[in-house]
Design a protein around this ligand. Structure first.
Ligand code: UD2
Ligand code: MN
Length: 466
C-alpha cells in the first residue's frame, strides 16, 4: 500500500464502537473483472471490525461474462457474511443497488463500487458519524488505484469536496476557507455540496425516508448529483470523513455504454433545480430535447418532504459556484457577421487543464459545449463549460485570443465591449476582434486588429443554428 495522507490524529483516535450501528455493504457490479471484484470483497472482510459488519451483498446486474457465473458463486460461497444476488434483467446501477438494499439486514447501508480496496480503519469513522447524526450521509476519501498497474497510489493531497459545473458534470474542489473554519478539528467531517456517487454510508431508515433513489434512472450517471441535491435540499447533510479511506480504480473506459447519463441528469435537473435548470439547458441544448420519462413521483416526493429550493442550496451549500447571468441575447454561439458559418470555438487541452489553447473560429454547431460563451454585464466573454471558469483574454503584445481564469472583478485584458453595431472592442488595446483565416486550409481565428467598418469585425450571439 502506498503512502496515505491520513491526518495523524485519525491514527491516534480510538473508537468505542460497541453501540455503533451495524452495516450491510452493498456492491453492485456489471461485467467486472475477477481480480478487482474479489479485491473489493476481501478488503471489506479483512478491514471491517467483525461486530460492525452485518454482511456483504453483491448484486450482479445481469452480467454475461462466464467467470461471474458459477465460478464466482463457488468462490463466494466459501466466504463468511457474503451473499450474492442476481438481477433477472439489466437494471443499471440505481436499481441494482436498491435490489441489494431491499434485502439488507444492517442499520446502515454502505455502498461501494466493485473495484475498490478498503483501507484499515475505513468503516469506524463512517459508522460513528451516522451513530451521532442519523441524517448524515458520509463518504470516505476516495484514494486512487492505478488503472494500469492496480497499485494503490493513495491520495495526492488534502481531501477534496465535490461540486459540479453548469454542464452538470461532477467536479472536485479544494475545501473552501469557510468550511475549514466551520470544522472544529482536522478530523472533523467535511461538508460537501455533492458526492462522486459510488462510495457512501447512510442510515437505512434515513435513506428510505429521503426516497432512496430515482428508479427512473438507467445504467449510469446523474444519480450522484440527484442524490446530493436531494440530501441537502431535504434536510440532510452530505459529508466526507477525512479518516476513512477507500481506494477506487477510476476507469479509463467502462465495460458498458454510458449514454443514459444525459436522461438521468435531465431528471435530476427537472426535479431539483427549479429555474436554474435553464443554465444547464443553455450549455447543453441536447439535454432539452432528451426524453427523460415521468418525474411526477419525484416532484411529489420533494413536496412531501418539504424540501428547500435550489437557490437556497446554491447560496448556502455551494456559494463558491459562479451562477451565470445568461441575459437573453448574450449567450450561446458567438457568430461572425460576415462569415456567418463561423463561431468562437475553444478546446481546452484536457478536461482537467482548461488553459493553454487559443480561441479559434469553427463551423457553428449549436450543440453548446465548446462553442458556448456567455457575455456578462462585466463585459467578460466567459467560456462557461468548466470549473474553474475561463474567460477570453489577451496576452500583452499578442493579437491572439487566449483563455485565463475569470476573476471576481474582471481584469482589463478580459474586458470586451460588445457594441450596438456588433463591434467587439477590446478595451485595453483599443482594438477590435476580427475574423481572419484561410479558405484553402479552412482555418480561421478571431484576431485583434485596428477597428474599421467591416462585417468581419461584427459579432452576435445566437443560441441555435437556424
Ligand atoms: C462514478 C461513481 C459511480 C457512480 C457514477 C455515476 C465513484 C467512485 N464512482 O463512476 O459509483 O455514482 O459515477 O453514475 O464515485 N454498475 C452496475 N450496472 C450498470 C452500470 C454500472 O451495476 O449498468 C456498477 C458498476 O459495476 C460499478 C458501479 O455500478 O460497481 C459504478 O459504475 P462505474 O464504476 O462504472 O462508475 P464510475 O466509478 O466511473
Ligand atoms: Mn467505479
Amino acid at each position: 500500500m502506498g503512502a496515505l495522507r491520513t491526518p495523524r490524529k485519525c491514527m491516534e483516535k480510538k473508537y468505542d464502537y460497541e453501540n455503533f450501528p451495524r452495516t450491510s455493504v452493498v456492491i453492485a457490479f456489471y461485467n467486472e473483472a475477477w481480480s478487482t471484484l474479489l479485491r473489493t470483497v476481501y478488503s471489506v472482510l479483512e478491514t471491517s471490525p467483525d461486530s460492525l459488519l452485518e454482511e456483504v451483498i453483491l448484486v450482479d446486474d445481469y452480467s454475461d461474462r462466464e467467470h461471474l457465473k458459477e465460478p464466482l458463486a463457488t468462490e463466494l460461497s466459501r466466504l463468511p457474511k457474503v451473499r450474492l444476488i442476481r438481477a433477472n434483467k439489466r437494471e443499471g446501477l440505481v436499481r441494482a443497488r436498491l435490489l441489494g438494499a431491499s434485502t439488507a439486514r444492517g442499520d446502515v447501508l454502505t455502498f461501494l463500487d466493485c473495484h475498490c480496496e478498503c483501507h484499515e480503519g475505513w468503516l469506524e469513522p463512517l459508522l460513528e458519524r451516522i451513530h451521532s447524526e442519523p441524517s448524515a450521509v458520509v463518504c470516505p476519501v476516495i484514494d486512487v488505484i492505478d488503472w494500469d498497474t492496480f497499485e494503490y497510489l493513495g491520495n495526492a493531497g488534502e481531501p477534496q469536496i465535490g461540486g459540479f459545473d453548469w454542464r452538470l458534470v461532477f467536479t472536485w474542489h479544494t475545501v473552501p476557507e469557510r468550511e475549514r473554519i466551520r470544522m472544529k478539528s482536522p478530523i472533523d467531517v467535511i461538508r460537501s455540496p455533492t458526492m462522486a456517487g459510488g462510495l457512501f454510508a447512510v442510515s437505512k431508515r434515513y435513506f428510505e425516508y429521503l426516497g432512496s433513489y430515482d428508479t427512473g434512472m438507467e445504467v449510469w450517471g446523474g444519480e450522484n448529483l440527484e442524490f446530493s441535491f436531494r440530501i441537502w435540499q431535504c434536510g440532510g447533510t452530505l459529508e466526507t470523513h477525512p479518516c476513512s479511506h477507500v481506494g477506487h480504480v477510476f476507469p479509463k473506459n467502462a465495460p458498458y455504454s454510458r449514454n443514459k447519463a444525459l436522461a438521468n441528469t435531465v431528471r435530476a435537473a427537472e426535479v431539483w433545480m427549479d429555474g436554474y435548470k435553464e443554465l444547464y439547458y443553455h450549455r447543453n441544448p441536447a439535454a432539452r430535447l432528451e426524453s427523460y420519462g415521468d418525474v411526477t413521483e419525484r416532484r411529489q416526493l420533494r413536496e412531501k418532504l418539504q424540501c428547500k429550493d435550489f437557490k437556497w442550496y446554491l447560496d448556502t451549500i455551494f456559494p463558491e459556484l459562479h451562477v451565470p447571468e445568461d441575459r437573453p441575447g448574450f449567450f450561446g454561439m458567438l457568430q461572425n457577421e460576415e462569415l456567418k458559418a463561423l463561431c468562437f470555438d475553444y478546446n481546452p487541452p484536457s478536461e482537467s487543464q482548461i488553459l493553454g489553447n487559443f480561441v479559434l473560429l469553427y463551423r457553428c454547431h449549436g450543440r453548446g459545449q465548446n462553442q458556448f460563451f456567455e457575455y456578462t454585464s462585466q463585459n467578460e466573454i466567459r467560456y462557461n463549460a468548466q470549473q474553474p471558469e475561463a474567460c477570453v483574454s489577451v496576452t500583452s503584445g499578442s493579437d491572439l485570443l487566449t483563455m485565463d481564469f475569470c476573476m471576481d472583478t474582471a481584469p482589463q485584458d478580459q474586458k470586451f465591449l460588445l457594441q450596438e453595431d456588433g463591434t467587439l472592442f477590446h478595451v485595453q488595446t483599443k482594438k477590435c476582434v476580427q475574423a481572419e483565416g484561410d479558405v484553402v486550409t479552412d482555418s480561421f481565428m478571431p484576431l485583434l486588429r485596428d477597428c474599421m467598418d467591416s462585417k468581419l469585425q461584427k459579432w452576435f450571439f445566437r443560441e441555435r443554428v437556424l
